[in-house]
Design a protein around this ligand. Structure first.
Ligand code: SDX
Length: 428
């Protein structure tokens, strides 16, 4: 039975259908509103707007729930692994053993990039931030992989999906190696996805490099925790770019560009830089005061979320990983972790943060783990981008399969000058 919402404007009533989801709030369908009532809705930042329907990821911000195809993130983080989560996001179900083995072999065999793409890196200054390199190189993939840019060809969409999931670690590792002046390290087919990434980042030709399995497990878990997150800013960017028919590499490059901002994926880097700036526990009150000061635009990086209003389930798992990694590395008394834990404690005890429902998000602890592993802060967001690529691709595939797909084209509340005649310069 269809439910309707009734909108009354100047005595005229308009019936708007209400759609009931499998989980989450009902949705008022306003697609015919402008045609019927001649009005737009107004929702900058899309705080109350569902831009699409999807079956991939569900978030309940009040309960702190995150499901990928129905499976809770804490179960996936503890019982699954990143490439299996990639399969789940891309195809909608948990694979049987032979399907998973075939998928992992396919990804493994596509981890190398076209040798001529190495020249791209050499065009950048050595001190270029790896995010800039990644945006450039991923966008340029459309200049090398022409045989997987036709979005109307299902096989090409599949090839592009596997290529992007497989090659992002290689590109991110090469961006890192280039920024520190070390030689590129080729991917190895005998290593799992996370171990391969660590090897490409940290091994050098001069000596053997042994991947520590606990660090590899923590790395894999970080990838899983960042894999997808509903219609966040970068995913919405990928969907909007794809709605015009742009090729997959261009769409993912657009997603990387959006993720870069400190309010989004750039927060893990900004959070660690904030912890370093705080420096010691006794300076925490000063920074909390700044974050609360209405006249100061300063915000605590790693705190708050548009959707989570109690806790970010990913932060909970990430903190467990942080404890494990720091203990393994014998840096459990890491001063940054001490500052982070005390900052969390003081912020959560402060009425301002409780009232505004500001809690540590996924970016709060990830930076501490990554730094402990030896990554510079400039590699934090590239790692986020790499892990999120499967989410962007899954949402991209879902949108292209939607028969109702239209180009995204929002309208506006125009507050500028109304029509007026041009004035010659002599008369101004
Ligand atoms: C990610 O969308 C996703 O799913 C993103 C993500 C994903 O996986 O894709 O989860 C990844 O981006 C996580 C968020 C990382 N960003 C940060 O940690 C940066 C710091 N956080 C803020 O910039 C902010 O909390 C946002 C951007 C995350 C959310 O902003 P909203 O929902 O637009 O909230 P808001 O800006 O309207 O803030 C509401 C109030 C404001 O105060 P008032 O104007 O009502 O008085 O809370 C305050 C804000 O000033 N506030 C903060 C704060 N965040 C919000 N005050 C201090 N410190 C903060 N961090």
């Amino acid at each position: 039975m269809t439910k309707n919402a009734t909108l009354t404007i100047d005595g005229n009533s308009f019936e708007l259908p209400i759609h009931t989801p499998s989980a989450g709030p009902d949705v008022i369908d306003i697609r015919k509103l402008y045609g019927q009532a001649g009005v737009f809705t107004y929702d900058p930042g899309f705080t109350s707007t569902a831009a699409c329907d999807s079956t991939i990821t569900f978030i309940d911000g009040d309960k702190g729930e995150l499901l990928h195809r129905g499976y809770p993130i804490d179960q996936l983080a503890s019982q699954s692994h990143y490439l299996e989560v990639c399969f789940l996001l891309l195809y909608g179900y948990l694979p049987e053993a032979d399907e998973l083995e075939k998928f992992e072999r396919l990804v493994t065999n596509h981890t190398m990039i076209h040798e001529q793409m190495h020249n791209f890196f050499r065009g950048f200054r050595r001190d270029a931030p790896p995010m800039a390199t990644m945006v450039g190189v991923v966008g340029a993939m459309s200049a090398f992989y022409h045989d997987s840019t036709d979005i109307n060809d299902e096989h090409q969409r599949e090839v592009a999906s596997i290529r992007l999931v497989a090659k992002m670690p290689t590109i991110a590792a090469m961006a890192y190696k280039y920024s520190i002046g070390q030689p590129f390290v080729y991917p190895r087919n005998d290593l799992d996805y996370a171990s391969n990434f660590l090897n490409m980042c940290f091994s050098v030709p001069a000596e053997e490099y042994q991947v520590n399995p606990i660090l590899a497990r923590a790395m894999d878990r970080i990838f899983t925790l960042h894999a997808d997150h509903e219609q966040n800013a970068s995913t919405s960017t990928v969907r909007l770019a794809s709605s015009s028919g742009a090729n997959p590499f261009a769409c993912i490059a657009a997603g990387i560009a959006c993720l870069w901002g400190p309010s989004h994926g750039g927060a893990n880097q900004a959070c660690l830089e904030m912890l370093k700036e705080i420096g010691s526990i006794d300076r925490i009150p000063e920074f909390i005061a700044r974050a609360k000061d209405k006249n100061d635009s300063y915000r605590l990086m790693g705190f708050g979320h548009r959707v989570y209003k109690n806790f970010d389930p990913r932060a909970t798992v990430m903190k467990e990983s942080a404890d494990e990694v720091l203990e393994l590395l014998g840096v459990e008394d890491n001063p940054l972790l001490q500052v982070a834990m005390e900052l969390e404690k003081q912020a959560l005890a402060d009425p301002y943060f409780a009232e505004k429902k500001l809690f540590p998000n996924v970016d709060f602890y990830s930076g501490i783990i990554l730094e402990a592993m030896g990554f510079p802060t400039s590699m934090f967001t590239p790692i986020f981008a790499m892990a999120r690529t499967v989410g962007w691709i899954s949402q991209w595939k879902e949108q292209l399969a939607d028969p109702q797909l239209k180009i995204g084209r929002p309208r506006q509340l125009y507050m500028g000058e109304t029509s007026r005649d041009y004035v010659d310069i002599e008369k101004r």
